[in-house]
Design a protein around this ligand. Structure first.
Ligand code: GDP
Ligand code: IMO
Ligand code: MG
Length: 436
């Protein structure tokens, strides 16, 4: 990958999240001036490892570890003040610079305690098959209020204390009634305590709050280089994903401009991040899932436990058919393959190249979770390689079978694979010359 020709770049996950976006954003920000989170909230967990240190970021862009990069929390983010404040304290305690290099949009919507409570109560009321398996971070209820408008609160509202408090009283009064009526809840929320806490956190975060839209427009005019850090993955997209087992934001590349406040024409490269196999956390259909010792082995080798919730991730073979759908939705210009090292020592590997449903071969990823739950994945078998490749020195040092695995993916997608990750560390990343 030629970092210098990328232009303003979007990094987007093409599966069900946790592809390794954090690692790639951290790596690439060396060549960028600005890093922007534009969607999702603290449901995201982006891991960065270098120099033996591990950082798990939820709301703060992964660019924060580069002191000269401006990190932007954009208008489309669902912002949890408490989590953000804790994250900033933890970063500062570890010596990471968090000052004028972090800005927060005054247009971002706030995730409030009633959103988290609603998330927990509504998930708790669903049967095992219906549960979305959310991260319980209040993301869905926050975005639902955003669409409802009259019951939403935004960062800008925090700076009008009296009207903010009045609004919180009104909303909490309503929500307490709803929680009793719908869920028999016996622990009403306290509006004054919620308003006090939010206003105190607002004071602390105020130096970072600004109109980030203006900052990004100025950055574009000044030809600064901007990296957009996707959260979640395209298959979790509210419109195009495996509905209803999705998150509540636009996770495809189409969400970048809307969530960041930049024109779509300002973005020139769309980098798709994929794991060399598939994982998903929470409920919902997963055609290539391995509920056997092979799936367990992938989980253990890949340390596939949620960055945000610690839940074991469901693991399975690489789903090329689902990923092709994401690539087409996002207009991906280059692919980055993560976790190739995790697949070492498996005697053989499988990739899914299509779905069959009731005897028919499907042309596109199906919209209906019930259909998706019953498709038969068409699997192609490829030979594995018998030695570990974690931290391999360069692409040429990879076993021939590992290269053949990547060649097959590239030929299937017809999109160049330009970076290959063989370990969690920043430097365990290999440049690959595309063959197409
Ligand atoms: P994100 O949400 O897309 O940023 O991904 P997560 O951070 O939630 O999950 C990716 C996990 O894989 C993290 O623990 C990373 O440290 C780790 N990781 C990233 N790339 C690689 C890789 O190539 N090999 C291995 N073994 N681990 C990786
Ligand atoms: P990153 O950015 C993986 C999943 C949840 C659940 C569904 C809805 O780290 O890749 P939500 O709390 O958003 O309402 O949950 O979406 N989910 C993720 N899975 N990685 C993520 O983010 C996710 N964010 C949400 O597990 O299935
Ligand atoms: Mg993650």
């Amino acid at each position: 990958m030629n970092y210098h020709t990328l232009g303003n770049t979007s990094v987007v996950g093409l599966q069900w999240g946790d592809e390794g976006k954090g690692k790639i954003v951290d790596l690439l920000t060396e060549y960028f001036d600005v890093a922007v989170r534009y969607a999702g909230g603290a449901n995201a967990g982006h891991t960065v490892r270098h120099g033996g240190e591990k950082f798990a970021l939820h709301l703060v862009p992964s660019g924060i570890l580069r002191p000269n990069v401006l990190s932007v929390i954009g208008p489309g983010v669902a912002l949890d003040l408490e989590i953000l404040s804790g994250e900033l304290d933890a970063l500062t305690a570890r010596g990471v610079k968090v000052s004028e290099n972090l800005v927060i949009s005054n247009r971002a919507h706030l995730v409030m305690p009633w959103h988290k409570k609603q998330d927990r109560l509504s998930e708790g009321s669903l049967g095992a098959d219906q549960k979305i398996g959310t991260t319980a971070k209040g993301i869905g209820p926050c975005y639902a209020d955003k669409m409802l408008r009259s019951t939403a609160v935004r960062v800008a509202d925090l700076f009008h204390a009296d009207t903010f408090r009045e609004k919180v009283r009104h909303i909490v009064d309503q929500r307490n009634k709803v929680f009793v009526a719908l869920y028999g809840d016996a622990e009403p929320l306290n509006a004054e305590a919620i308003a006090d806490e939010a206003l105190a956190l607002a004071k602390k975060l105020a130096p970072h709050v600004t109109d980030t839209t203006l900052i990004l427009h100025d950055a574009i005019a000044a030809k600064k280089r901007i990296l957009f850090e996707g959260a979640q993955g395209s298959l979790l997209d509210i419109t195009h994903g495996t509905f209803p087992f999705v998150t509540s934001s636009t996770c495809t590349a189409a969400g970048v401009a809307a969530g960041a406040g930049v024109p779509p024409s300002a973005i020139t490269s769309y980098l798709g991040v994929i794991k060399a196999y598939s994982t998903r956390v929470g409920g919902g259909p997963f055609p290539t899932e391995l509920r056997d010792s092979t799936g367990d082995l992938i989980r253990e080798r890949g340390h596939e436990y949620g960055t945000t919730t610690g839940r074991p991730r469901r693991c399975g073979w690489f789903d090329g058919f689902a990923t092709k759908y994401s690539i087409d939705l996002c207009g991906i210009t280059q692919l980055i393959v993560m976790h190739l090292d995790t697949l070492s020592t498996f005697p053989e590997l499988k990739i899914c190249t299509g779905y069959r449903y009731k005897g028919e071969t499907l042309r596109i990823f199906p919209p209906d979770a019930q259909v998706l739950g019953n498709v038969e994945p068409v699997l192609e078998t490829l030979p594995g390689w018998d030695r570990e490749i974690e931290g391999a020195a360069d692409y040429d040092a990879l076993p021939q079978q590992a290269k053949a695995y990547l060649d097959r993916l590239e030929a299937y997608f017809k999109v160049p694979i330009t970076l290959v990750s063989v370990g969690a560390e920043r430097l365990a990343t290999l440049h690959r010359t595309p063959r197409i």
